[in-house]
Design a binder for this molecule. Structure first.
Ligand code: ADP
Ligand code: ZN
Length: 738
């Protein structure tokens, strides 16, 4: 990386700043690299920042403030700095905000733990007596270029600290203080040929895929692969094999996964395969662990890091491969602060480190499908279940012909099949993507629908806790059966089903069945989810009622029936991706059924309850016709000039002052630019007009693909003075339209 040549440096500080500031380095601090992390005075504060180049020389040196501290850490790798610049410019945020994400956890920088490392001093020509103990140390350190931590030497040779110190004083060995990282993965230390044997059991398609990806890893080509295969087709097994290659090349691998799939079950599988644990980066891990992983990423000792979206921001210095599993997942898009899509940015990141990236999915996003179709990505297909299992049998239940009883939600056909499975001691999963007991409560007397006080949304009945909850802001209150509007008692009725209500219905029909509800309310921490997954695997559960939390990733060998309670949710209305998303969720859940059934007679079953048997999405699912459905979706997107054909962005304005917000948004509208290939819609009240105590309006900006939509928006919004009470958020490539 480029050296900094002068004593004056420009430092980008962490925070809402886009431009760097000039500082001067103390005399003793010479020869620094771009990427070096420093502490600088900033107003009355001290802030952490990073050197991004030589000073601008626009201010006389004598007037510049001095860098307070140069942290004794490796500089941030160049790709991390490039990623920072790119994320900032793509998503219209300041570079300092992205830097803040990269430099988190900050403790890793401000208080790393140091240890002493010794290595042989080859230039030593003094005549010093080599005692036995000294010889032990020298032999141990022989050929170890980077040396060994003090503790390791003591452990392996049995010599004391004093001896090491004395040897360093006599210049037999060199002492260096380095920050503590995690132990090197065994892969980097020993030849891993013994592990090669696993490759042979893969099927032809898997091998083909592995070979293609390996080739790119070895040739350091930043190819983007779509690893496309039905659930259970062996995608994970396939990319594990490429991770192995990456490690064999002495490089680091990053696996991004939606947080809910990153269970101990996944970790165990990894451990079994590789005989070492991956470094897991998610919201559940301790600060101490985060600090170590961050530093190990930076100094190259972390072999495999698996994490939720923020793991992309880790300063991995020697990246050789990225995998984005379940690439279509919305969880990769961050919807607060910096609104970035970790999948998209991972693709950019891979080009910076000349490493390939693998997007894995059974139901790729339409964008990815399109890119694979037109050859921008390399399409790798795994068409059948790897275990030789048959695909499940999918049947529609026409709810108009076979309706549930009044106040019930399960058709007799579905109940009958549940009974079959119970008798066979097989598991069933009922899927309903709605938390709580009922999504809506109405007063039968006056017709009032109970709403949130902070938002323009309905409160959800969580009967198990006897509360009504807003799923948007978290507001909750005790459920009292008195209408706040008309005062009539005992007339509040639950409308529609949530998972708790299905639970109630099952308990009535099958009181003896062992039942479990899986939603973010019942599984509020990692341990609980992990334990439950184990319980299901060990056949301690008969029927699972779950939200999309259970739809993904898990492999439950004895699960033979998936019942989709309400497939019509999400089919009507909604946004650009509503049908794509419904398809994805339905296919994911269906894929849980009969993952290991090899014989025709114990084939998994999927029953889909619907009022609309002609719906194209449901038909595509039942006929296993994804590509045809996606092709049709693409045609309609093209017709509407929507992504991936056109570009989208939104501007969200919010304020506690409704009237002033309206005036401001009309002012902004007046300043809207006119371009032939840019269309601006709004300001419309957002679908959730009132959220967390703030009123909200939205602009939707749609343009041709070749338009720099960021420039258009930044030019536009810079023409207006935004008062403090208004928050203006730009969302590029939006996922949420609420
Ligand atoms: P996916 O990631 O596509 O859902 P997995 O990699 O989890 O699929 O594989 C599904 C199951 O099939 C796992 O139990 C896995 O161990 C097994 N499996 C994968 N590849 C093979 C293979 N070539 N032969 C036999 N079993 C396989
Ligand atoms: Zn609310």
């Amino acid at each position: 990386m480029k050296n900094v040549n002068s004593k004056e440096v420009s430092v980008l500080v962490s925070g809402p700043f886009n431009e760097p500031f000039d500082y001067v380095l103390e005399d003793k601090n010479t020869n620094f690299n771009v990427g070096q992390i420093v502490l600088v005075p900033f107003g009355k504060r001290k802030i952490v920042g990073v050197i991004i180049g030589d000073g601008t020389k626009t201010i006389p040196e004598t007037k510049l403030k001095t860098v307070l501290k140069v942290y004794d850490l490796d500089p941030l790798p160049k790709p991390s700095i490039e990623l920072m610049n790119f994320v900032a410019s793509w998503y219209c945020v300041t570079r300092g905000l992205v830097l803040k994400m990269i430099l988190s956890p900050i403790e890793a920088i401000t208080s790393p733990d140091f240890e002493k490392v010794y290595k042989i001093n080859i230039h030593n020509e003094n005549e010093i007596k080599i005692t036995n103990k000294r010889k032990l140390v020298l032999d141990f350190l022989l050929n170890l270029d980077i040396g060994k931590p003090q503790n390791d030497i003591i452990e392996q040779t049995g010599v004391s600290k004093a001896i090491l110190r004395d040897m360093a004083k006599k210049k037999l060995i060199q002492e260096k203080k380095v920050y503590k990282t995690l132990k090197l993965n065994p892969y980097f230390l020993k030849n891993s040929k013994e592990n090669k044997k696993n490759y042979d059991f893969l099927n032809l398609e898997q091998k083909f895929s592995v070979d293609k990806i390996n080739d790119s890893i070895i040739k350091t080509k930043s190819d983007c692969f779509l690893l496309d295969g039905v659930p259970g087709s062996g995608k994970t097994e396939t990319y594990f094999e490429t991770v192995r290659t990456c490690l064999d090349q002495g490089k680091q691998a990053l696996i991004l996964l939606p947080e809910i799939i990153l269970t101990t079950d996944w970790e165990k599988r990894f451990l079994k395969k590789f005989s070492f644990a991956p470094l897991v980066w998610n919201s559940g891990i301790t600060k101490k662990k985060k600090k170590k992983i961050w530093l190990s990423a930076l100094n190259g000792s972390a072999g495999v890091i698996v994490g939720a979206r923020s793991a992309l921001m880790l300063p991995i210095s020697n990246l050789g491969l990225i995998v984005v599993d379940e690439e279509h997942e919305q969880a990769f898009k961050q919807e607060e602060n910096v609104r970035y899509n970790a999948r998209d940015m991972a693709i950019y990141r891979s080009t910076r480190s000349s490493s390939p990236i693998v997007l894995a999915s059974a139901t790729p996003s339409l964008e990815t499908f399109y890119n694979a179709k037109n050859g921008k990505y390399i399409h790798l297909s795994l068409p059948k279940r790897a275990t030789g299992a048959t695909l499940p049998h999918i049947k529609l239940i026409d709810l108009t012909a076979h309706p549930p009883g009044t106040g019930k939600w399960l058709s007799p056909l579905l109940v009958g099949e549940l009974e079959n499975k119970l008798n066979n001691k097989e598991q069933s999963l009922l899927f309903l993507n709605r938390r709580g007991y009922a999504p809506l409560s109405i007063c039968n007397s006056c017709g009032d629908k109970i709403k949130c006080v902070n938002c323009d949304t309905w409160l959800v009945d969580h009967r198990s806790k006897n509360i009504l909850v807003c799923h948007h802001c978290g507001y909750s209150r005790i459920f009292e059966n008195i209408c706040k509007k008309c005062g009539v008692e005992g007339q509040i009725k639950a409308c529609g089903p949530g998972v708790e209500r299905i639970e109630e219905e099952i308990k009535e029909i099958f009181p003896k069945a062992r039942l479990i509800v899986l939603s973010s309310d019942t599984m509020n921490n990692h341990k609980m989810l992990n334990d439950t997954v184990e319980k299901i695997k060990n056949n301690k559960v008969d029927i699972i009622v779950g939200t999309q939390m259970i739809a993904k990733g898990h492999d439950f060998p004895n699960l033979k029936l998936v019942g989709i309670v309400d497939s019509d949710i999400g089919l009507s209305g909604g946004d650009l991706r509503a049908s794509e998303r419904t398809f994805q969720v339905l296919q994911q859940v269906s894929g849980r059924s009969g993952r290991h059934s090899k014989k025709e007679e114990d084939k998994g079953v999927v029953l889909i309850q619907t009022f609309d048997t002609q719906n194209p999405i449901i038909n595509a699912i039942s006929k296993n016709n994804r590509n045809e459905f996606f092709d049709k979706e693409l045609v309609s997107r093209q017709y509407a000039n929507m992504p991936p054909y056109g570009r989208l962005a939104s501007i969200i304005l919010s304020s506690r002052l409704e009237r002033k917000l309206e005036i401001y948004s009309l002012k902004l509208l007046k300043l809207a630019p006119f371009f032939k290939n840019v269309k601006i819609f709004g300001p419309a009240p957002a679908p959730i007009y009132f959220l967390r105590g703030r009123f909200r309006r939205r602009f939707l900006i749609k343009s041709d693909k070749n338009v720099n939509i960021q420039d258009v928006i930044l030019n536009w919004t810079s023409k207006i003075n935004t008062p403090n009470h208004i928050k203006l958020t730009i969302d590029i490539d939006p996922f949420s339209f609420m």
